[in-house]
Design a binder for this molecule. Structure first.
Ligand code: MN
Length: 254
């Protein structure tokens, strides 16, 4: 099993190190990750600057590790096009420090790197831990991620997908199991903090806590808050096929 491992928190983040250690028991891992944190970069690409790939040492028995002067999507793309000698069997991204559920998956660099794999028809998995503290233990989440990955690989699932895994940050024995979910619906309130700098000029800082709108137990965020590891299948095709049908009928008369 050849595995490409990316993230958006940067190559030195504890989440990617924990996940690499776990994945090394399952396959041959190549790490290609940003040289610094690039969270919330979505699928953005570096176009106006050169992209530098530096081979670095890594604290896990991986095949190779590269630090990239770009975004998570840059990392996955350059790995799949240039750095890897052959197409991997699996693209994994994470473990992100912070959940990636509901509408947040659109902003996530972690999910975006996995999508670069799915765009190329490769089975891809993004993994996030439901905490904003990098001091948490990521090893339990890494074990659950590997459990999900092994099941996906063994199950012969649709490859050109991102399987988005979110792990609750609770004690190991409190995790209730894996639940297959759909993306939930949240609403953000007080999204910008209005502040003043030492010169009296105003500025803004994005913030906000999600308010769960859809309380259905099959939603990703509801499952994680209930103590389950959430696994949501995502596909690159965003077409709304209900509207596609009704609009096709409607516009055929124009
Ligand atoms: Mn991140």
């Amino acid at each position: 099993m050849r595995i490409l491992l990316c993230n958006d928190d940067g190559i030195n983040a504890p989440g990617i190190i924990a996940l690499a250690k776990e994945l090394c028991g399952f396959g041959q891992v190549t790490v290609v990750a940003p040289d610094a944190e690039r969270s919330a970069a979505s699928n953005s690409l570096t176009l106006a600057h050169p992209l530098r790939a530096r081979e670095v040492s890594f604290p896990a028995p991986v095949d190779k590790a590269f630090a990239i002067s770009g975004t998570p999507a840059d990392c996955a793309k350059i790995a799949l096009s240039k750095l890897l000698p052959e197409k991997p069997d699996l693209v994994v991204s994470g473990i992100n420090c912070g959940p990636n559920m509901c509408v947040d998956i659109f902003y996530s660099g972690t999910v975006a790197a996995a999508f670069e794999g799915a765009f190329r028809g490769i089975l891809s998995v993004s993994v996030s831990l439901d905490t904003y503290s990098a001091k948490e233990d990521f090893s339990i989440a890494a074990q659950w991620a590997l459990r999900c990955i092994k099941q996906l690989v063994a199950g012969g699932v649709e490859p050109a997908r991102v399987y988005n895994v979110n792990v609750p940050c609770i004690a190991e024995n409190e995790i209730k199991g894996i639940k297959v979910t759909r993306t939930g619906t949240i609403d953000y309130r007080e999204e910008y903090d209005h502040r003043r700098d030492p010169y009296g000029r105003s500025y803004y800082w994005i913030k906000g806590n999600p308010i769960i709108v859809d309380e259905n137990s099959d939603c990703d965020i509801v499952a994680v808050k209930a103590g389950y590891v959430s696994l949501t299948p995502l596909k690159p095709d965003l077409t709304d096929f209900v509207s596609f049908k009704s609009l096709s009928d409607q516009f055929s008369k124009c």
